[in-house]
Design a protein. Structure first.
Length: 714
């Protein structure tokens, strides 16, 4: 019936009409509701990690019970039932995170130890550029009781442990430290990652590392045997391929990337090809594709099998086994587990005669990961891989009908163009989907990723990864060189592509760190845009653009000082960071990256800075003037006499035991020790201060010395 205007019919207000339209759209997509299951689970997980303190154990069961109660009350009320389902699912995500946090709980050392005698069973040997990194399980450490000893320890050995292998019991002298906190407020928290991996200490050896006899009953199990096999593969690859091609070949076969040089890593990263080095969905998918099509072609050579047996399903089942073997050889990291799970679900769909690539399979894969490894939600690899897959499937759903109509009209000579077009479309869609998450996690965007991927992905898909399968198949026969040598040529070709593209002007742009709100807006807008199918999906563009727009309003801190007081940084007039040390180390690199900045002019030892004179120094400390504030950076207590009379902010690397009348903000050595790195934003009307300890809160992975805020002078 045509709609017409009835003057006697009362007109509904705009909000009522809008609500009715949204309800109609929502009900019309009932079959897509289940796809939101992992999204709601993720919200529950995010709430757990967002809390400033560890929640009580009873909170998750109570939340779950309330959700179930709402579902019971809503049996005849669809709106209430839906609310109950959402509450229950969110509670399940929150509860999974609580359970996981308690499941992995293990001691973490609270202070530097050493040198101390360290012994234990090696479970991982990671070759690095000029050292070897050992992960040691069941450690025995002097000065620590059994109840205080971490479950695992990781130490770096410089050149003296080449004979150490997984499953060996070793003894050495080491200096151990707690897993480091974030280098700046809001930066990546390695200590949290270490907590969920069972690492309670990191450090380095200071004496020879010796292999000794293992105590009775302390031999390694299955995972240790797999680690030993991975180590053997790395050694055999190194005998055939040396240098950078050998390091990358070993990384593609075993997941060990530590031996790849920084120059090669930087080139791959700046060209937008870093995803080719980290084993993920691309690699597992390519391995699975090689195994599947090779086995199917082999089985198809028998006419009897082809006509009488489901050889496609046989190949799918064998491919699941092969992908699982690759998962174990690659170290079974969380990204690789995710890739294997999605590949296995696709192949299971083949076994069940279902559509192999669907949004539903991705939703179930995400659900399983969030329930068993909820901490994965915080990782860039989880965010970027699912963003790419969801965007690609959404694009496929839009163009599926057109692809099916054209399939029968394709000609053989068009296949190369179709293949390159597919790579271009895949790279474009995946690049657009992952770019915001790369911007949030790494503060950088690449400009020529599409060009680099068009050249490098075919090399990886058609040359390198098939040779990875061949190398594995030939290793038992001792003939792996037949596959490794041509693989090395392909790797060199990919590196040439990366180096060429990375050298182009404007290959990389740097951006300041975005707030967590950006991640929430971008992720929410992206899933809304991809999971729905009707026109209202385009509402998702609004939060997505809002999240990206925050990059234009966010401002990096004007002043930074680390928790030991050994490194300081201030902004010059052009927004570059001046560092107090020529070699700022890892922490300084994090500061530069999060500021979206290159290193500024040198820090003056005497006199004023060369760029704008904002910073002036003498042997006792420095004064920094910006935005109407005077910041004293004190290195010697003798400077406090004068600085406490004229500075509005005092940052002191020594204890302050006197009043500072002029300073509205005072941070001294004890504040730095307790609260870690401090970041300050200067404004004419005042100073905003953030520190690492307050940003992290009171959580199990935080080594908290003593909570106390920055002091304000009386």
């Amino acid at each position: 019936m045509d709609r017409y205007y009835d003057p006697e019919q009362p007109q509904r207000s705009l909000p009522v009409r809008l609500a009715a339209e949204l309800t109609e759209q929502f009900n019309a997509e009932r079959e897509r509701w289940v796809l939101w299951l992992p999204v709601v689970l993720a919200i529950g997980v995010a709430i757990f990690f967002w809390l400033p303190a560890e929640p009580p154990l009873w909170l998750a069961p109570l939340w779950l019970a309330l959700g179930l109660a709402l579902m019971g009350l809503g049996r005849r009320r669809p709106g209430l039932l839906l609310l109950g389902i959402v509450a229950t699912t969110m509670a399940a995500g929150f509860g999974a995170a609580v359970l996981r946090c308690h499941q992995v709980a293990a001691p973490v050392i609270e202070r530097r130890l050493g040198p101390v005698n360290l012994s234990g069973r090696v479970v991982e040997v990671e070759p690095r550029d000029r050292s070897i990194r050992l992960t040691i399980a069941e450690p025995e450490i002097d000065r620590l009781a059994a109840a205080e000893t971490p479950a695992k320890v990781r130490v770096v050995v410089r050149g003296s442990a080449t004979a150490v292998r997984p499953s060996d019991w070793i003894h050495t002298l080491a200096i151990l430290l707690p897993p480091p906190p974030p280098a700046a407020p809001g930066a990546f928290d390695f200590a949290r990652q270490a907590y969920f991996r069972g690492l309670g200490a990191v450090g380095f050896t200071v004496a020879e590392t010796r292999v000794v006899a293992a105590p009775a009953g302390r031999e390694g199990g299955f995972l240790t045997s797999v680690a030993a096999l991975r180590h053997t593969v790395v050694e055999r690859v190194g005998r055939v391929l040396e240098g950078r091609s050998g390091a990358i070949a070993a990384a593609l076969m075993t997941g060990h990337r530590g031996a790849i040089g920084e120059t090669e890593l930087a080139a791959m990263r700046d060209a937008g090809l870093a995803h080719l080095l980290a084993i993920s969905g691309l690699h597992v998918g390519l391995i699975a594709a090689v195994i599947f099509f090779a086995l199917r072609a082999l089985l198809a050579t028998s006419v009897w099998l082809t006509l009488r047996q489901p050889i496609k399903k046989w190949a799918a089942l064998a491919t699941i086994c092969g992908a699982f073997a690759y998962l174990m050889m690659a170290g079974a990291t969380v990204p690789t587990q995710r890739a294997f799970l999605m590949t296995a679900l696709v192949l299971t769909a083949v076994l069940l005669d279902r559509l192999a690539f669907s949004m539903g399979l991705v939703a179930w894969a995400a659900t399983i990961i969030l329930l068993f490894s909820p901490e994965a939600l915080l990782g860039a690899s989880f965010q970027m891989s699912f963003a790419a897959v969801v965007a690609l499937i959404a694009t496929y759903e839009i163009g599926r009908q057109g692809l099916l109509e054209r399939r029968g009209r394709r000609r053989g000579w068009r296949w190369p163009l179709i293949y390159l077009g597919g790579i271009a479309l895949t790279t474009l869609v995946a690049g657009l989907a992952t770019a915001p998450f790369a911007l949030i996690s790494f503060n950088r965007m690449v400009s020529y990723g599409l060009v680099a991927n068009l050249a490098a992905v075919p090399l990886m898909a058609l040359w390198i990864m098939p040779l990875v399968v061949a190398a594995y198949a030939l290793m038992p026969l001792g003939l792996e060189a037949l596959a490794l040598r041509p693989m090395g040529l392909g790797i060199e070709a990919v590196l040439r592509v990366a180096e060429t593209v990375a050298s182009w002007p404007g290959a990389v742009s740097l951006w300041p760190a975005l707030p967590p709100l950006s991640l929430a807006l971008i992720a929410g807008g992206g899933v809304w845009l991809c999971l729905w199918q009707r026109r209202w999906r385009y509402f998702g563009v609004l939060p997505l653009l809002a999240g990206l727009a925050l990059v234009f309003v966010v401002r990096p801190p004007d002043v930074l000082i680390d928790g030991r007081g050994t490194l300081m940084a201030v902004q010059d007039g052009s927004g570059r960071l001046m560092m107090s040390r020529k070699n700022p180390g890892f922490g300084g690199q994090i500061w530069l990256r999060r500021a979206g900045s290159q290193a500024g002019p040198p820090w003056p030892r005497r006199g004023a800075s060369s760029s704008d004179g904002r910073l002036s120094c003498d042997r006792l400390g420095c004064l920094y003037r910006a935005r109407g504030q005077v910041v004293a950076l004190v290195r010697d207590a003798r400077a406090l006499v004068e600085d406490c009379r004229r500075a509005t902010v005092v940052l002191s690397t020594v204890p302050v035991r006197r009043a500072c009348p002029s300073a509205g903000t005072l941070v001294d050595r004890f504040d730095l020790w307790r609260q870690g790195t401090h970041a300050l934003w200067l404004e004419p009307e005042g100073v905003r201060v953030k520190n690492v300890a307050d940003e992290r809160g009171l959580r199990p992975w935080v080594v908290r010395r003593r909570s106390k805020g920055s002091k304000s002078a009386q």
